[in-house]
Design a binder for this molecule. Sequence first.
Ligand code: TXA
Ligand code: MG
Length: 338
Amino acid sequence: MTIIIKVDSENPSIEKIRRAAEIIRKGGTVAFPTETVYGLGADALNPEAVRKIYEAKERPPTNPLIIHIAEKKEVYRLAEEIPEKAFELMDRFWPGPLTLVLRASEIVPKITTAGLETTAIRMPSHRVALALIRESSRPIAAPSANLAGRPSPTTAEHVIEDLYGRIDAILDGGPTPVGVESTVLDMTTEPPRILRPGGVPREDLEEVLGRVEVKQTYRRYKLRMEVILVEGEPKSVIRKVRELAGLYLSRGRRVGILTIDEHKPMYETYRTMHRCEVKSLGSRKDPAVIARNLFGLLREFEGMGVDLVLAEGFKVEGLGLTIMNRLRRASGLNIVKA
Ligand code: TXA
Ligand code: MG
């Protein structure tokens, strides 16, 4: 069964961390908070332990894992032929939500890299994550702690929803502060490529690297509802969302509207209607808050039995690129241009 260990995110008790670290050392699986999302961790250098991650998540064996470290010098053990620019990125963004894809060293098991010659490495900034890695005295492989294809968990409750009974333990350190996953940057290509936009915006990377390419994929999330993404100028978006809400409500659907603080009053008439739920991600002025709330609100809509979400689009700059990547994935590219 799964043990749940509550910890203080600022000041985690060392006894509790040691209990979890002992599970990692013995080849078990522990879900833990990072600053981005919860990860499902196991000893990255123990193939049998890593196999349990794939099994618990029902993750395809072709999808490689990120290795989490607590000291920068660990990259020398795990990676080879590290470009000079990668060290500049580590100095500026680690610990933090940036994952670097580098050439893997011999010691990284094939199951951790899904057979690739490269490996993804990051140093998280969350105290619980750092303490767990240090006390385990092993690099920890950790994908997001959700069932394969589901949105990443930003609370221990989300982890319980997807993985309870499938993993050995959950360190519950409360909600994760960034709320979207790390930016995955391939440093083995020239120019470097963003494979997944995330917590560190492209523009910040370009300050260090010059031009960076973006190569996104939009694998659709498994959600128990449909999501339609409405893109365009704010005024036309509001008009279109209202129109679609009216249409689908009249067809008897349970509709959710995913909006921002500034627009919420425009949906007041819908909010008071049966079978319609309106939720705000936060203020347009604070994209970090919008990013933090996104996965949680998608799961909330699901929990309320909403079967169609109308989501407003965002400008694809700064964290907006990350937010739109996740919304496009949620919608399965079901996009309406307003
Ligand atoms: O914020 C995060 O990155 C979280 C926390 C737990 O650290 N982790 C996370 O892991 O989101 P996961 O497995 O859900 O997503 C990692 C992504 C996957 O899309 C995977 O394909 C990619 O990174 N990846 C891992 N190793 C790679 C490699 N060697 N080359 C290319 N992509 C890689
Ligand atoms: Mg994931």
